[in-house]
Design a protein around this ligand. Structure first.
Ligand code: BDP
Length: 690
């Protein structure tokens, strides 16, 4: 009997290990003792704070902790003052954030300094969901939408939905995210119908206690599409009235509604230019409608014309002349790079340029251009590179972070957005390591000075507890040395590896075009009749003379959109960082690199290096098997195999294609290609790389 019981317990334990599907994210700590919470106030948010403390307390058994909602001049917004036995904040949400921070430090072993003030870098830290009302997710690689399920059949909300949204809200709140745009920037006209808004209200009710405001992407032509008006001209009095009434209707049912996100006159979406008006006319009209309720308008600067000679210049050209014309509750949402979320781009020159307009960065957490949920690519290193880029707006130290967080320009509202990578997959993000990108976005939005390495360290400690929790914890030196150190290194190298095997030295947008998947190489892709700027040749410009996009003063002159000394630095091939070489310069195949190699050889070595880096990641991962539960270990292992194959396809496809122009051998000391160019060009890579 006793033996049978032990067997059952063992079975349950091992099933538990097997069933580790990643759903718990970084929130796994179970309290090791009791805590005595003193709090004079009560509310839904404070109740959550108390529950979290009780469930996750790893401090001294029976310790007392005081939660104090009290104004303090040093604490800003929902910031907090942290001590081992007290959390003080201006707001209840600040208390909840303080609780999450305290628990995080207890888990990771990071020191808790007496009376440490922690204030957020940005007031609004927002996820942008590109979710459609039919339940699909544009550029989503983690299953269907968590919010919408084929809504044309009716806007039902189930208890299961509410339970999942609660988990979602908790995860976001634990990393400081306080806003969610619930639908795709390519918005459905149905979004603003009263039926749909009722569902938004239901979602908002679940997110509210966790401090998350809801926002919506809306179609600029809504007045004519669903309002029965003849026009959507932003200066038309009927249109103005329609939006005011719509705002009223929304705030009546969702009093803390955040505002609208608009993609206008971009990739076929309607906008004010359809009526001969400017972006400012359009944005201001909407801003006036939501202003009485404290709402904001996030107006995207992702614009480019079919026939422009350089797409990278467009946003600056359209928006700079409007600087100073926007209302104070309009924020221009600008992608980190001037083309489109590429593996590496210099920062968009609008950062540090618009001085009288609020500007917010838009990052892409979902890996549209960085390997979907197949490839292990930790994006925080890229975001750190971006946030710390110096715009030289005011001489040294005017980093992108400082030009957007209110330190340099007095913005009424500051914000940062990340395009979410979340879906119905049991592990939320499709790849276990893609959770790190969600986590990192929240952490950097809260504190834009954090390093990607520190965040990786935290995330690994929180997410991968030891296999046998009874005998090993991450504090064990063994776990640190054999799991934490190598896996952190893998994460830290992963984005550069992806750049190396896909688009090194400043190459960009050379993806397979078929089915518009943006997965796999396609430098050759050029079907008849397609817009030029949707073909890779527009970007790589490879020919018998060389390769690269001339954005110098002799070319498209994109360099002149940057402040000095960057302008001259990028313009001069001698000083242009080699990371951006082919972004700014068209160079001959035998151009001499700093290391003495010719450009063609350097390209070959870099692609090859990228492939070898992924091979190394495989070895690193295989070695940590003893430290990871069965399911997550094998799922990551199998994805790394595919990543390795796909890196090979990138290397072979690009080198063999470019070789037709360079007419030079691939250096003999590196591995030979294993695929034929002919085969890759003929194959639907979407199918092959499935
Ligand atoms: C591109 C995506 C497209 C988006 C667009 C955008 O391919 O799906 O709609 O950006 O940001 O990267 O509006």
């Amino acid at each position: 009997m006793k033996n049978k019981l032990i067997c059952l317990i063992l079975l349950a334990f091992s099933l538990n290990l097997q069933a580790e599907n990643g759903h718990s994210l970084w929130l796994r700590a179970k309290s090791s003792g009791t805590v005595n919470i003193v709090c004079a106030k009560s509310s839904l948010t404070l109740a959550i704070a108390k529950q979290e403390l009780e469930q996750g307390w790893l401090g001294q058994n029976g310790a007392k902790i005081v939660l104090t909602v009290k104004k303090d001049k040093a604490i800003e917004n929902d910031g907090y003052k942290l001590s081992e036995n007290e959390i003080q904040a201006n707001t209840e949400l600040g208390i909840l954030y303080g609780v999450y921070e305290l628990l995080r430090r207890q888990q990771t072993g990071e020191a808790i300094i007496q009376n440490e003030i922690c204030n957020p870098s940005y007031q609004r830290r927002i996820l942008n969901h590109w979710d459609n009302l039919d339940g699909t997710v544009e550029r989503g690689y983690a299953g269907l939408s968590i919010f919408w399920h084929d809504e044309e059949k009716g806007y039902a909300v189930t208890d299961k939905d509410r339970a999942l949204w609660t988990e979602y809200a908790r995860a976001n709140s634990s990393i400081g995210i306080n806003g969610a745009v619930l639908n795709n920037v390519n918005s459905s006209k149905l979004m603003l119908t009263s039926e749909c808004l009722e569902k938004v209200k239901a979602i908002a009710e679940v997110l509210r206690p966790y401090g998350i405001k809801t926002y919506l992407s809306v179609k600029f032509s809504s007045p004519s599409l669903i309002g029965g008006l003849q026009t959507s001209d932003p200066l038309n009095p009927e249109v103005i009235k329609w939006w005011k009434e719509k705002a009223n209707e929304i705030y009546n049912i969702i009093p803390d509604f955040g505002g609208f996100l608009i993609k206008a006159n971009s990739e076929g979406q309607p906008g004010p230019q359809d009526f001969g008006r400017t972006h400012a006319d359009g944005a201001n009209m909407l801003a006036d409608a939501v202003k009485p309720f404290g709402g904001i308008i996030m107006w995207r600067a992702f614009v480019y014309e079919a026939n422009s000679n350089d797409r990278a210049c467009q946003a600056y050209k359209e928006f700079m002349p409007l600087d100073g014309q926007f209302r104070d509750n309009v924020i221009i949402q600008v992608k980190n790079g001037p083309v489109d979320f590429q593996p590496r781009e210099p920062f968009t020159p609008l950062f540090g340029a618009m001085k009288k307009t609020s500007v917010m960065p838009e990052l892409q957490i979902t890996q549209e251009y960085l390997g979907h949920s197949v490839q292990l690519v930790y994006l925080a290193t890229m975001w750190e590179e971006f946030l710390k880029s110096d715009t030289y707006q005011e001489g040294n130290g005017s980093t992108v972070a400082r030009t957007t967080d209110g330190s340099i320009f007095p913005q009424k509202y500051t914000a940062i957005a990340g395009v979410a990578n979340i879906g119905l997959d049991s592990n939320w993000c499709g790849h276990h390591f893609a959770q790190a990108n969600w986590y990192a976005f929240g952490r950097m939005a809260w504190n834009n000075q954090l390093t990607s390495e520190q965040i990786a360290d935290e995330w690994l400690k929180l997410t991968f507890s030891a296999k046998d929790e009874k005998t090993t914890t991450f504090h064990a030196a063994d776990w640190q040395k054999n799991f934490l150190v190598p896996v952190k290194q893998l994460m830290m190298e992963s984005r550069e590896a992806a750049v190396n095997y896909s688009m090194p030295l400043g190459l960009h947008h050379i993806f397979a075009g078929l089915n518009n998947t943006h997965y796999g190489p396609g430098p050759w892709f050029a079907p008849k009749g397609i817009r030029k700027d949707w073909t890779p040749a527009y970007y790589h410009k490879a020919d018998s003379l060389g390769i690269g996009f001339d954005r110098t003063s002799k070319g498209s002159d994109a360099v002149s959109q940057y402040h000095e000394p960057l302008k001259s630095l990028f313009n001069n091939v001698e000083t242009c960082p080699e990371l951006y070489l082919l972004w700014f310069h068209h160079l001959p195949w035998d151009y001499k690199m700093k290391n003495g190699r010719i450009l063609w050889d350097e390209l070959c070595y870099t692609y090859d290096k990228g492939v070898n880096e992924v091979r190394q990641f495989q070895k690193t991962w295989d070695k940590v098997e003893p430290y990871v539960d069965v399911q997550r270990f094998s799922e990551v292992q199998s994805k790394l195999r595919r990543q390795c194959r796909d890196a090979q396809v990138w290397k072979d496809g690009c080198l063999l294609y470019f070789q037709q122009f360079s007419k030079r051998p691939i250096p003999f000391d590196i591995e030979r290609p294993v695929y034929d160019l002919n085969y890759l060009q003929k194959t639907d890579l979407t199918d092959m790389l499935k």
